[in-house]
Design a protein around this ligand. Structure first.
Ligand code: SAH
Length: 230
């Protein structure tokens, strides 16, 4: 098959956005969201997801599916990326911390909407690749670092929102601590390799969390320091 042209990829991307919007409507009973906000739709419609996959996988970039990115890791399903972004309720002046940069695709979506995005990735090679890719694509408001996301990014806290794109058995305490008052946390909670629940939590003024379960999901597990895949 000849490689797809940019025009074909753009058509596929528009179709992907339509599919996401249908899925958002179909899952509204769980998520409480009827539709995506215009800013989230615009980000999904703009970002060249094919640039976040290996060149051999470009043909699959606009399927509404997760895909492998090496190191046993995946780029998340586009619907999940859109939904998690929506659930963060980001403001244009918001600062967001992401744990699990992976390909950097979700990072780019966040950067289209928020003021600053800070992202931590456990696998150093993935962090480097994501940093290079995001910079090539012109993103200047993103900082990516390699490290263990369990600890968060203390020097830059507090954050308006924290998103975790790997599953944890519970929300890491440091991430909760680094969330500002009224801050939103979106995280898949559950045991590794079992079904997990996407949880959305809001930090109350007294520091406690108000959590709601959103949807069953399947994410790769959060790894701990020293156990990163190579
Ligand atoms: N948002 C990414 C999803 C990547 S999959 C994307 O759509 O491309 C989850 C990522 O979390 C993997 O890259 C994995 O290496 C990373 N990860 C797992 N445990 C982590 C930890 N403790 N700290 C930071 N990143 C972690």
């Amino acid at each position: 098959m000849p490689p797809k042209t940019e025009a074909e990829l753009a058509r596929e991307r528009a179709r992907m956005v339509d599919e996401i919007e249908v899925e958002v409507r179909e899952t509204r009973k769980w998520t409480g969201r009827d539709r995506l906000s215009p800013r989230v739709i615009a980000a999904m419609a703009k970002i060249p997801r094919h640039r976040f996959l290996a060149p051999a996988d470009v043909a699959y970039a606009y399927l509404n599916r997760p895909w492998t990115i090496g190191f046993g890791q995946t780029i998340s399903q586009p619907y999940i990326v859109a939904l998690m972004t929506e659930l963060l309720d980001l403001e244009p002046d918001g600062r967001v911390l992401e744990i699990g940069t992976g390909s950097g695709y979700q990072t780019a979506v966040l950067a289209e909407i928020a003021f600053r995005v800070y992202s931590i990735e456990a696998v150093e090679t993935l962090a480097e690749r994501a940093r290079a890719r995001l910079s090539e694509l012109g993103y200047r408001t993103i900082q990516v670092r390699a490290g263990d996301g369990h600890e968060g990014w203390l020097e830059l806290a507090p954050f308006d929102a924290v998103i975790v794109t790997a599953a944890a058995e519970r929300a890491p305490p440091a991430l909760v601590a680094q969330l500002g008052p009224g801050g939103r946390l979106v995280i898949p909670v559950g045991r590794p390799y079992e079904s997990q629940t996407l949880v959305r939590a809001v930090k109350n003024d007294d520091g406690t969390l108000a959590s709601e379960n959103v949807l069953p999901v399947a994410f790769v597990p959060m790894v701990s320091k020293g156990n990163e895949p190579r």
